[in-house]
Design a binder for this molecule. Structure first.
Ligand SMILES: [Zn+2]
Length: 464
């Protein structure tokens, strides 16, 4: 394990890296990688077994270019192993800070970090805000998923950071509220920076554009957590009259890349995470080519994440950004594509409204799921079960779904063996065929009976 002194030294170094040379950052990154791989092999049973099985010794890893020697791990593989074997020996998982892995695409599992590790991962967020000219005295307004705000994350920490002048004053609102109510709060709060899910920001900005805002006005809009399409960007920029800057983060590693302040490429946070864009054989793709994103957290020693497949696609960018920043780049990240669902009664709901109530309530038997809206008044949930669900469980889920959606929507539940991905290879956990922000960025492939195994059990809701 790294000592607290080392961690503080690292945190201090990261704070200064915006002005460091590329060589300094590469050296820092490679040193952390070597430490992490050695540590994982010596202290984490899961990695020791994995690397022994693949016949690779940590001494072979000197830096980022050696990482393809190590096997990439999937969420399914990772969570199939008991937690104690994934946590560094000698640590009690219960004493660590828990964070759910991204729950939008299947059963979540818990990532655990020490207090210090957890907080180091906030530094790239502060760095990104500074690059956009967001000052300590500015006010930010964040529209987010309340489930992503973890119990110990982080009212206390947030207050301390604001008090220390490291973080801006912020107000948070839930994506489960409607756009008009959120816009009212934004007007009252008068933030300098607005951030949220692209689909939601497009709706809120539409409300805000109806009449001028009282100064001080918003200077920049930040998007994250789902894919920002050129169309959504254009809408938000036109309605707010400010630039949109995209951020690429995950629950596993907090902020991993942030858009250049000049727009275009995303700077990768090379001193906190190694972001690899790889081909199916595990080797890096060349700049301009698309591949799968695999991450290695450089500071999470309590529960190491080494070459962890997030399920996102991205394009490899230039080795350095044209703006002169000392970070690598990636482009056009295709992260989560979550459509919002307009309902016949006028509500427009975020899919998390359904998935979190339905999945988080009783997650153990669900391996993966997909929500699709075929018509305004018809939503289907497909579930791949880990274990044969009891009829009680299914009935409860069906009733809960029907209750959340109301009498105007027919809710259909299907237990299936597989859920088809898009032709692009990207799985879309929430898809509306009524209105979608993402259909023009991926090749359309409508789930049809032929793509789902005939052995599926079928549970239709009775019509309301
Ligand atoms: Zn740049």
């Amino acid at each position: 394990m790294t000592s607290s002194v080392e961690q503080l030294r690292n945190a201090y170094a990261i704070r200064g890296h915006s002005r460091a040379s590329r060589t300094d950052i590469v050296n820092f990154r490679d040193r952390q990688l070597r430490r992490m791989v050695q540590h994982a092999y010596r202290n984490v049973p899961y990695y020791r077994a994995l690397y022994d099985e693949h016949g690779v010794h940590p001494d072979a890893i000197r830096g980022a270019e050696d990482m393809p020697m190590l096997p990439a791990v999937t969420k399914t593989h990772f969570r199939g192993v008991p937690e104690r074997e994934r946590v560094a020996s000698g640590l009690d998982p219960e004493t660590l800070i828990p964070a759910a892995s991204s729950g939008s695409s299947g059963r979540p599992f818990t990532i655990r970090r020490s207090w210090m590790e957890h907080n180091v991962l906030y530094l790239p967020r502060i760095r990104a805000l500074r690059s956009y000219g967001v000052k300590r005295t500015d006010r930010s307004f964040n529209i987010l998923n309340p489930k992503n705000v973890h119990a110990r994350d982080n009212k206390m920490l947030g207050r301390s950071l604001v008090a220390l002048g490291l973080l801006t004053k912020q107000k948070r609102m839930s994506i489960h509220l409607d756009a008009a109510s959120i816009a009212l709060e934004v007007r009252a709060y008068r933030p300098n920076m607005l951030s949220g899910y692209p689909n939601m920001l497009a709706r809120v900005s539409e409300e805000l554009a109806r009449e001028p805002m009282a100064p001080p006005s918003i200077r920049v809009a930040l998007t994250g957590a789902e894919s920002l399409t050129p169309d959504l960007r254009r809408k938000i920029e036109a309605r707010l009259g400010v630039p949109v800057r995209d951020q690429y983060g995950s629950n596993e590693c907090n902020l991993m890349a942030w858009e250049c302040s000049r727009g275009g490429s995303l700077h990768t946070s090379d001193d906190t995470v190694l972001v690899e864009v790889i081909a199916p054989d595990g080797t890096p793709v060349s700049p301009g080519h698309r591949g799968e994103v695999v991450i290695t957290s450089l500071h999470s020693f309590a529960m190491p994440l080494i070459r962890f497949r997030l399920g996102d696609l991205a394009m490899q960018g230039a080795g350095l950004c044209g703006c002169g920043a000392p970070f690598g780049t990636i482009r056009s990240v295709q992260g989560r594509m979550l459509d919002m669902f307009p309902l016949p009664d006028g509500r427009v709901i975020h899919p998390y409204y359904l998935s979190e109530s339905l999945i988080m309530d009783d997650p153990d038997w669900i391996e993966n799921f997909q929500l699709t809206q075929e018509r305004l008044g018809h939503i289907t949930m497909r579930i791949i079960a880990r274990a044969e669900p009891t009829s009680q469980r299914i009935e409860r889920l069906r009733a809960l779904g029907a209750e959340l959606l109301g009498a105007c929507v027919e809710f259909e539940l299907m237990i299936v063996d597989s859920i088809p991905s898009e032709t692009s290879g990207k799985y879309r956990p929430a898809r509306s065929f009524v209105t979608s922000s993402y259909d023009d960025v991926t090749i359309q492939s409508v789930p049809s009976a032929s793509t789902i195994s005939s052995s599926e059990t079928f549970f239709a809701a009775e019509s309301q």
